[in-house]
Design a protein around this ligand. Structure first.
Ligand code: ZN
Length: 259
């Protein structure tokens, strides 16, 4: 049996990462992890989150914040982003930055013990992984499928969990899945043969879909089922750490409302 926890956009929120990994290992019996990038940025524990991900020794792809912290272009950031980025850069060692710099933009992942089932991971899109485009609707998603050579591709970047399905001609968002996730904090996808799926796993450390709970996905390679779930975590603890670090208060406030 192989269940892989698929996590994205941790953004230095160790309180959320700890809650998600505890859920994945203790409740969901995950034995593997794949990380879709944006480990750092915004919140108060960039080094701790980075070290935690590294000791998992799991597949990781590069996010735009992981790229920016190595090579910051401050002129392109708003004041809040710049302030948080400058603080983050100061927290990381040269060795940690070099590790982030070496990350690939996309990877194929084959869970242990499986022969057929493998999936693709990318932070933004497969058609232009270095452009950091945001996939907001099914039109945006359509371009990705030409470059998707596995039935499942997992991505992040928008911090909003959703699934796009491709029937060979059209991309369509799975609104039923989204509804079930909103209503129950949990939803399952059974991929249909002949279809491809571009799955946004949401964000561990800074959800932006008005649900402040952490979000992550699980891929069960025995049943070929994708699960997405929300996990409560110590938001007040994460907020206090942001304030104590001297980071912008807005970064703490947004965690409470998930925006
Ligand atoms: Zn992000």
């Amino acid at each position: 049996m192989s269940r892989t926890a698929i996590i994205s956009d941790i953004h230095s929120n160790y309180h959320a990462l700890y809650a998600v990994m505890t859920d994945a290992f203790d409740q969901e019996n995950c034995t593997e992890v794949a990380c879709l990038g944006d480990i750092v940025g915004y919140n108060a524990f960039p080094g701790t989150c980075l070290d935690y991900i590294r000791q998992l020794n799991c597949p990781v792809v590069k996010g735009n914040h992981d790229a920016e912290v190595v090579n910051p272009v401050y002129e392109k950031m708003n004041d809040l982003a710049r302030e948080a980025m400058e603080w983050t850069v100061r927290q990381l060692t040269d060795e940690q930055l070099q590790w982030l710099a070496r990350l690939q933009y996309q990877r194929m992942v084959r869970p242990h013990g499986t022969r057929a089932a493998s999936f693709t991971i990318v932070h933004s899109t497969l058609d232009q992984p270095k452009a950091w485009n945001y996939i907001i609707n099914s039109n945006d998603a359509a371009g990705n499928f030409n470059k998707q050579f596995s039935q499942l591709c997992f991505h992040g970047h928008t911090h909003v969990p959703k699934i796009y399905a491709w029937d060979g001609r059209h991309a369509e968002e799975d609104y039923d899945f989204k509804h079930r996730l909103v209503m129950n904090g949990y939803a399952e996808l059974c991929p249909a043969e002949g279809h491809k799926y571009f799955v946004n796993v949401g964000s561990v450390g800074q959800p932006r879909d008005n649900d402040p709970r952490a979000c992550y996905a699980i891929f069960d390679s025995d049943t070929n089922v994708v699960i997405m779930k929300r996990v409560p975590y110590d938001i007040a603890g994460a907020q206090n750490a942001i304030i104590e670090a001297g980071l912008p208060a807005y970064l703490a406030e947004r965690l409470a409302v998930g925006c």
